[in-house]
Ligand binder design. Sequence first.
Ligand SMILES: O=C(O)[C@@H](O)[C@H](O)[C@H](O)C(=O)CO
Length: 472
Amino acid sequence: MTLLSKDFLLTNEMGKKLFHDHAANMPIIDYHCHLVPKEIYENKNYPNLTRIWINDGNFGDHYKWRLMRANGVPEELITGDGDEYEKLVAWAKTIEKAIGNPLYEWTHLELQRFFHIDEPFTSKNVKSVWDKANQLLATDAFKPRNLIKNMNVKVVCTTDDPASDLKYHKLLKAEEAENGFKVLPAMRPDKAFAIEADTYGAYLKELGAISKVDIKDYDSLVKAFDTRFAYFESLGGRLSDHGLNTFHFVKVSKSELDTIIAKGAENAPLTQHDIDAYATGLIEALMRLNKKYNWTMQYHMNAIRSANKPMFKKIGADTGFDSMGTQPDIAQEIMKLLTDMQNEDNIPKTILYSLNPNDWMQLATGMGDFYEGDAQKLQLGCAWWFNDTREGMREQLRIMAQQSLLANFVGMLTDSRSFLSYPRHEYFRRVLCDYIGELVQRGQLPDDEAYLGQIVEDISYNNAHDYFGFFK
Ligand SMILES: O=C(O)[C@@H](O)[C@H](O)[C@H](O)C(=O)CO
């Protein structure tokens, strides 16, 4: 089989039929990514391949950055102000060493799907790739909105702070019919959780100002969030998303939460008990609001963020210095949370992602204790970040299939900061179809293309369409 041939990742006949005749042409709902709404709205061509692929001066692909650092590339040719062609040369020299790394396949998929460049990308052809890609990047087809539209994307959910004015979502909403896709905000209140940060007090003021609530205690904080849920909802938002790097369930009284919030706002010393109690109180408030608005709550848990403190100070978060978390009991702590909220019937639709696959069985089986109402009210999140590999995807599919109902799964997302990442959905669909095809091959499923094809189409698009309510 040649590199990324027609049947790449497809090792059986049913898998090939399921992919080519059912998955391949399904539209995309990308319900979690980090694209910048302003860039979608302004719709400007990228000047060259480095800027859309590696680093556009603000956001960039920290997956690539990690590998470039692993290859000894100096920071000036990664996130620094080095020559942009030389950055691509550095990437070419890196990717030719990345055998077995998903970025090898993603890089070549993107070159094939967008630039019709089929040969392997190496330091020997980087100049011709640079020239051909840049020529195409200057055309209308490579404006961000056309990149989204031409990949058959129907929904893009960005990642937005509750205090955001969602200016560009509002502007894009007015052009939704013309664009042919929705750009919807997903509320990511991580700053509101960071009570130990010296910026917490200022953030409460910022959130209070935009919600017109004087936030001074738990009730007023919840009221402020309620107004933001209503505003996000008015622009099509139906998701909240939470980076719970670690989590310890600590239930305290409202008056104790009031005291903790006051301490945080004044930047007074907080104990770990305070921090855990506050996170528990706030996540429970957000569970109630997700339930009230019939949103879906995503938990991104067990991550170590910005471990390289000197580089964090130098270039900030989300720059490739994160890794898999090692809190061994995080799933147990989440179970305590779910159990507590079940007592008041306030568990919303929920997707649980853990960066540590050791958590997946606990999460997948634990969720099963709380199913009711909506089909697949709780589900195991797709293989996330460092697990976004063929093997990681197969493991998540296997566990979801064996512990719940794979046919209800809402499928994949890009989680990306680049407009070129949509082939990750194709990659996932290939893995999904190959996995199902193998079950047929072993006689574990009927050799029934119509039945299995419908399930593949549902996982690829229909389930997300119905589950999230973006089109209601
Ligand atoms: O949403 C998250 O917490 C992560 O996806 C995080 O943003 C990370 O930088 C990422 O993009 C992984 O794909």
